[in-house]
Ligand binder design. Sequence first.
Ligand SMILES: *[C@@H]1O[C@H](CO)[C@@H](O)[C@H](O)[C@H]1NC(C)=O
Ligand SMILES: *[C@@H]1O[C@H](CO)[C@@H](O)[C@H](O)[C@H]1NC(C)=O
Ligand SMILES: *[C@@H]1O[C@H](CO)[C@@H](O)[C@H](O)[C@H]1NC(C)=O
Length: 241
Amino acid sequence: MKSLIGSTLLLASMAAALPQPAIKSTILPTIRTRLHRRQNQIIPVVVGGPQDTFVPNSVAAAVGDIVQFQFSNGNHTVTQSAADAACRPLDGGIHSGHIPFSDNQTDVGTFNMPVTSTEPMFLYCATGPHCQLGQVMVVNPANAKQVADYAKMSQESGDSVDGTDVIGGTAGKIGLDVAAFTPAPPEDEDAAPPAEAPPAEAPPAEAPPAEAPPAEAPPASEPPASTPSEAPANATAAHKR
Ligand SMILES: *[C@@H]1O[C@H](CO)[C@@H](O)[C@H](O)[C@H]1NC(C)=O
Ligand SMILES: *[C@@H]1O[C@H](CO)[C@@H](O)[C@H](O)[C@H]1NC(C)=O
Ligand SMILES: *[C@@H]1O[C@H](CO)[C@@H](O)[C@H](O)[C@H]1NC(C)=O
């Protein structure tokens, strides 16, 4: 009897603690929490680095997500084009402006782009020949072929047109320690050529899988074994690669 009273009191206090329309409040918040979480993902994309690429070059994003472009070595943009006009800014499309990253920098320039539609967005770097070198990507592509077709069109585009006003996102900075990449090691003047240099050795990410390593491969771990003559002579420099 005593314990029955005790558990009745316990149940009563539990019921009292519940918000008023008990059924609704136990179901709805669960659903809302889940949607809320899904809609606010921050999706990092690394721009530039040892090669002129976007990594990854294809992302699936929901309305409400933020694609956070993190600018690695070089001087790059994220600029939107139309699907059928590669390397040309889309009227009213997004543009980050040119955001550099150089040796010894301890913070990383970012461009946070809120996703406002699940339609495919075609993006390129408007610096120099980067677009022709395959520095392109698609947000919410219909399929993988659409990404490959856009990269091919970019390679064949001849030249790029720069964006003008910064639009469609917010430029900012994050610490290098929380960035999604490890920067290329500072270059030695008499050692290897700068990361941006030889276009011939920087095939576009979408190129057929020839001998080139995939864009996703961690560049920092590439041993310079194939060119021992160019490799730094001492172990300290070699270890930094
Ligand atoms: C980046 O590129 C733009 C356009 O070519 C140029 O105006 C700007 O000076 C460059 N910034 C750096 C730091 O090289
Ligand atoms: C980076 O730091 C190294 C070592 O302190 C220095 O030799 C080099 O000039 C610096 N590079 C830049 C771009 O500041
Ligand atoms: C290693 O090589 C680099 C570049 O050649 C040089 O600056 C550095 O002083 C060398 N370090 C040692 C320990 O020899």
